[in-house]
Design a protein around this ligand. Structure first.
Ligand code: UD1
Length: 423
């Protein structure tokens, strides 16, 4: 298993380019199940999760070609309506095949995802939503087994705003008979992109980008083309890298991102003392003279993303003062804290609240990645820790960041990928 070896203290400057959004691709790819023919997905990031989704869709008979960042998906011949455990256990977003399969073919057998590294991640909203659309659902031997003659429209209210459940129900409802109303729908940019892609395919959806989506079912959809939006979490991670480890007085420019999608991160970085400038598709961050401790509470979009919580803690570890970081989306998502503490951080966690007391220095050590965003926080910390930090099990980071070490090297970081010890 690969590891990253980071020698801290090298100031970052220059320009970094952001890739397509992982969480958009993971919704767009299964959406192609809804219409036979050849779909084209541009600006697709090179990530392990995208490879996992490719393999899963291939087991269902889809033909997927890749040329650079362009995926060509031929969904003319679907040979299986099953998402096996082998794939779903690697990536929870595999559950996105449920809606399209039941919507188009009236049946699906999808492995239940189970928990993840930091705790339970239920799929009850996906299942209840599909039932309201008329699917009969049984749980059999760890699988969701869904059947329906043809789905019908329904009024659905999500008790909790869920990205995945909104995406799944949108896809299923696109081919249902009649109108579906989704109240408290997720408004994340990745859901907006999925909605727009479905509309290009011929779906009739009103209320795009709002919490109230109305889907008028159609009989058939056709293949479409789409350019994936930039990854706001990759952009946000580099913005924090710039604020944390940027060269004093000079900016790191983050290109090919959407500044509107990272608004909450811009505000918090400015509050912490960084200078942030934006253009149509770029953000530049100049590190603060003095980094100030700032509280953050994660929330659904446009609030501060839970996927940036770990990285924010890394920044606050060396700020002056004490900050309180609360995760309201995932209560147990603090696996990075004990590892960050090994570098000298002063953090205590009680329930879903981390209290971070800024320290003057961090010292390099061996640390272990436990999940995708935790890995990002460890790399960030390694950039400013004195001496050498080894981040083990970096396969987690390859799920969601394309060539992170190369992008950091280009900004001046001393980071190398090496073969790590086996566990
Ligand atoms: C997506 C993102 C993930 C991000 C998360 C929250 C993808 C592939 N992943 O995950 O990176 O961290 O949004 O922004 O897009 N919930 C239920 N029941 C359900 C479903 C969700 O109670 O059936 C709860 C969850 O426990 C959580 C909240 O709803 O507290 C939001 O989760 P959700 O938006 O569904 O996350 P994902 O779509 O899995």
């Amino acid at each position: 298993m690969d590891k990253f070896v980071i020698r801290g203290g090298r100031p970052l400057s220059g320009t970094v380019t952001i890739g397509g959004a992982k969480n958009a691709s993971l919704a767009l790819m299964p959406a192609t199940l809804l219409a036979g023919g050849t779909h084209v997905l541009r600006n697709t990031p090179t990530l392990r999760d995208v490879v996992t989704m490719t393999r899963l869709l291939e087991t269902m008979g889809l033909h997927i070609g890749q040329s650079g960042d362009v995926l060509t998906i031929d969904s003319s011949h679907i040979t299986s309506r099953e998402a096996p455990y082998e794939h779903v256990k690697k990536m929870r977003a595999s559950i996105y095949v449920l809606g399209p399969l039941v919507g188009r073919f009236g049946e699906a057998r999808v492995s239940l995802p189970g928990g993840c590294a930091w705790g339970p991640r239920p799929v009850n909203l996906h299942i209840e939503g599909m039932r309201k659309l008329g699917a009969e659902i049984e749980l059999e031997a760890g699988y969701i087994v869904a059947k329906a003659k043809r789905l019908h429209g329904a009024r659905i209210l999500f008790d909790v705003s869920s990205v995945g459940a909104t995406g799944n129900i949108l896809m299923a409802a696109a081919l249902a008979k009649g109108t579906t109303l989704i109240e408290n729908a997720a408004q994340e940019p990745e859901i907006v992109q999925l909605t727009e892609f479905l509309m290009k395919m011929g779906a009739k959806i009103h209320g795009v980008g709002t919490g109230r989506l109305e889907v008028e079912g159609v009989d058939e959809l056709k293949p479409a083309e789409v350019t994936t939006i930039p990854d706001r979490i990759e952009a946000g991670t580099f913005m924090i890298a710039a604020a944390l480890a940027g060269k004093k007085g000079s900016a790191v420019r983050i290109e090919r991102c959407n500044p509107n999608h990272v608004g909450s991160i811009i505000v918090k970085l400015e509050d912490a003392g960084a200078r942030v400038e934006t253009g149509a598709d770029w953000v530049s961050v100049t590190p603060p003279e003095k980094l100030t401790s700032i509280n953050v509470t994660t929330a659904i979009y446009p609030g501060f993303p839970t996927d940036m919580q770990a990285q924010w803690i890394s920044l606050m570890m060396v700020a002056s003062g004490t900050s309180v970081v609360t995760d309201t989306i995932y209560f147990d998502r603090f696996m990075h804290v004990p590892e960050l503490s090994r570098l000298g951080a002063n953090i205590t966690v009680k329930e879903n609240i981390a209290t971070v007391v800024g320290v003057k220095r961090l010292a390099g050590a061996k640390v272990m990645s436990t999940d995708l965003r935790a890995s990002a926080s460890l790399i960030l910390a390694g950039l400013v820790a004195e001496g050498t930090t080894e981040v083990l099990r970096v396969y987690h980071i390859d799920r969601g960041y394309d060539s992170v070490e190369k992008k950091l090297q280009a900004l001046g970081a001393d980071i190398k990928r090496e073969k790590g010890e086996e566990f």
